[in-house]
Ligand binder design. Structure first.
Ligand SMILES: [Zn+2]
Length: 420
């Protein structure tokens, strides 16, 4: 082996060792992790990452919404090319979702610094790593909270006052884990993120790198179904206004929306039902739930929305309940900067990595970031498309190829190859 390939082997081994160490935090018995936002396990990952970064000479900052930044500066005062993802997870989740992207970013930044150390003229942009707060949105809604505040799409005070299901606010939770920061958000000139695909397209085609061109559009609703509390035994059936029955019909109606959409162009789901009072002998008076519609086609989504509203009216009549949409979030289909997609495509070609252009079905922090700076979003394959599940898996070879790819993307962006 030459010196370069020896160094590459050392770098690869270091990445895999660090990934194993990170995966041990909040580990579940089946090889997954549970690290919901601002819990003890989430705190432990932040401490781990902060130490890792400080040991390697990064300046570490935590901002008011709990985003953790690691900054490397070689051109004093210049803006940063930011790379990262999230270390928080869904309940009982996989160890790759988000965590891979944060660690890949950290390693890419160090590799870049080592490379630049030998060159006479440093690039015009500095590099920084970020662990966004609460990307997952399982404990506190909405998801992508840290990048939402960073990009100004979400008001900081509103985000901090958001309660979890026990009434604990984001502010309180961050204070409890010692990560309610006062650090300034860095000025940035670009963003890059790598993530596991969470679908089967790359694996099915034997492709290593996904180049994300655009996100699917999504409509997300917080729905409240209201009925009337009653005795499950004694209340006459025709007098019941069962909120759980209404919610159940809504679950089915959401699933059946896809019967009216073109094949594979609409995804629907209902999650997190909160039933009140949730007693075995009480007809539920209220059910809160989250309902999502997603599509790569805005028209399909609008049509699904119209049908859904009609279903609300039908269910209200049939189940004698009231349905209220308490909150709704809409994401449009918005492309990533085409120049970034082309640049990443060329880089993958030079590195000899198989690649394809694709859309992302899931939301990512990059979905926010691309609206304020040139952004590159990359995928590596997910075995069998398993996601938000302990058995999520990506091979070492694909993880390592992704770090190489991200390093090169960051290198070009720091050089100023992708400008606004
Ligand atoms: Zn993720």
């Amino acid at each position: 082996m030459g010196i370069d390939s020896e160094q590459a082997a050392v770098d690869d081994e270091a990445f895999l060792a660090d990934f194993a160490a990170l995966s041990a935090i909040g580990a579940t018995e089946s090889g997954g992790v549970e690290r919901q936002a601002a819990t003890d396990a989430d705190r432990a990952t932040k401490v781990w990452l902060g130490d890792w970064l400080r040991q390697r000479g990064f300046e570490v900052r935590v901002d008011a919404i709990g985003n953790l930044f690691g900054l490397l500066e070689w051109t004093p005062g210049a803006p940063y090319i930011l790379m990262g993802s999230h270390l928080d997870s869904q309940p009982c989740a996989g160890r790759f979702d988000g965590a891979y992207g944060v660690l890949a970013a950290a390693h890419a930044a160090v590799r870049l610094r080592d490379r630049i150390a030998g060159s006479p003229e440093p690039p015009p942009f500095n590099v920084a790593v970020v662990n966004w707060f609460n990307e997952e949105g399982s404990r506190f809604q909405p998801s992508m909270m840290g990048s939402g505040v960073f990009t100004g799409k979400l008001d900081l005070a509103e985000a901090l006052s958001t309660p979890d299901s026990d009434g604990v606010s984001v502010q309180q939770a961050l204070e409890e884990i010692g990560f309610a920061g006062t650090g300034q958000m860095p000025e940035i000139a670009g963003y890059a993120e790598i993530h596991v695909e969470q679908g089967r397209e790359l694996e099915a085609e034997g492709v290593t790198i996904g180049l994300v061109e655009s996100n699917w559009a999504a409509h997300k609703y917080r729905v409240v179904v209201r009925g009337e509390q009653a005795h499950t035994g004694s209340t006459a059936m025709e007098e019941r206004r069962d909120a759980l029955l209404g919610a159940a019909r809504l679950v089915v109606a959401a699933r059946e929306l896809i019967d009216h959409a073109p094949p594979r162009r609409l995804h629907t789901s209902v999650g997190q039902l909160t039933v009140t009072p949730n007693s075995p002998v009480v007809v539920a008076r209220e059910v809160k739930l989250h309902l999502d519609l997603r599509s790569p086609d805005q028209e399909v989504l609008e049509e699904a929305d119209r049908r859904l509203r009609a279903e609300f009216a039908r269910i209200e009549r049939e189940a004698q309940v009231e349905i209220e949409v308490a909150k709704a979030h809409f994401w449009e289909i918005e492309p990533y900067q085409p120049a970034g997609v082309s640049m990443a495509e060329a880089i993958a070609g030079e590195l000899g990595l198989s690649r394809r252009r694709m859309l992302t079905l899931a939301g990512h922090d990059s979905t926010n970031m691309k609206d304020i700076v040139p952004t590159v979003m990359l995928f590596v394959p997910s075995a069998q498309g398993i996601a938000h599940n302990e058995f999520e898996y990506t091979s070492d070879a694909d993880l390592l190829a992704g770090v190489t790819m991200l390093t090169e993307v960051a290198s070009r962006m720091c050089r100023g190859d992708l400008k606004n």
